[in-house]
Design a protein around this ligand. Structure first.
Ligand code: ADP
Ligand code: MG
Length: 227
């Protein structure tokens, strides 16, 4: 489903190019939950940005369902991001003026779906997450965990092929972090979405199907070992 080969990235700096990723290889099937661990500054967010087509690699190939995304132009990339890739970050990034329901509807409206369809779909998803009573809350009136669950709902409302989550539980207390983690895991399995989650939690990482560590610019398989 997702195949990445020989991906490399350097950032330009006044002292010359700063190599962050060097020859990253991996592949991921639908419905598989992958964790990436690694020290701060090792390049985890950089890798997710490349996979999410928000930044360009210097070299290497990324295939998402046989589409060579490294060759697409910005217009097609924007379409691909809207339809096929969901994003969740450490903070929820919900639009403050919109209700939980409206935030979740937004990606569908951007796709040109009609309002009633979007509203129904978003409400059903909120209900399945046990958040229907929070539908009309603005983000400021949600708890941290609720806001993050709404952010996950917004990321998956379009049933993307790939969900990229960059430390999605990083700002949450332990109990809430577990709720959000379990929700992402259930989503991965129920909708057969390939999920890549960056986490500092060893216990969450080990509860994922596959685990990689990013270190010294390379991605190394930790679980299973040497696949
Ligand atoms: N736009 C940029 N320009 C220059 N250096 C950057 C830029 N973004 C990130 N870096 C550097 O790249 C390295 C990896 O960053 P990042 O991918 O955010 O790491 P992680 O998410 O693993 O903490 C860091 O050393 C950071 O300083
Ligand atoms: Mg990061």
């Amino acid at each position: 489903m997702l195949t990445v080969s020989n991906l490399s990235k350097a950032y330009p700096t006044p002292l010359g190019p700063l190599q962050i990723l060097d020859g990253i290889h991996f592949s991921l099937k639908s419905g598989v939950f992958m964790a990436i661990i690694g020290e701060s500054g090792s390049g985890k967010s950089t890798l997710l940005q490349l996979l999410g087509t928000l930044d360009q690699a210097d070299s290497g190939d990324i295939f998402l369902s046989d589409v060579a995304i490294h060759t697409l132009k910005e217009k097609d990339l924007a379409m691909l991001r809207n339809h096929d890739i969901g994003f969740v970050y450490q903070s929820h990034h919900l639009i403050p003026e919109l209700t939980a329901l409206e935030n979740i509807m937004l990606p569908l409206l951007i796709q040109g779906k009609n309002k009633l369809y979007a509203e129904n779909k978003a409400f059903n998803l909120l209900t399945s997450l046990g958040l229907s009573e929070r539908a009309s809350h603005i983000p400021a009136h949600l708890s941290g965990g609720e806001a993050q669950r709404v952010a996950v709902a917004r990321a998956i409302i379009t049933q993307p092929k790939l969900l990229l989550a960059d430390e999605p539980t990083g700002n949450l207390d332990e109990t809430t972090a577990h709720t959000v983690f379990n929700m992402i895991k259930k989503t991965c399995k129920d909708y057969q979405i390939a999920v890549i989650m960056v986490t500092h939690s060893k216990s969450f990482a080990h509860a994922c199907d596959v685990v990689y560590e990013l270190a010294h610019k390379k991605l190394k398989s930790i679980k299973p070992k040497n696949p």
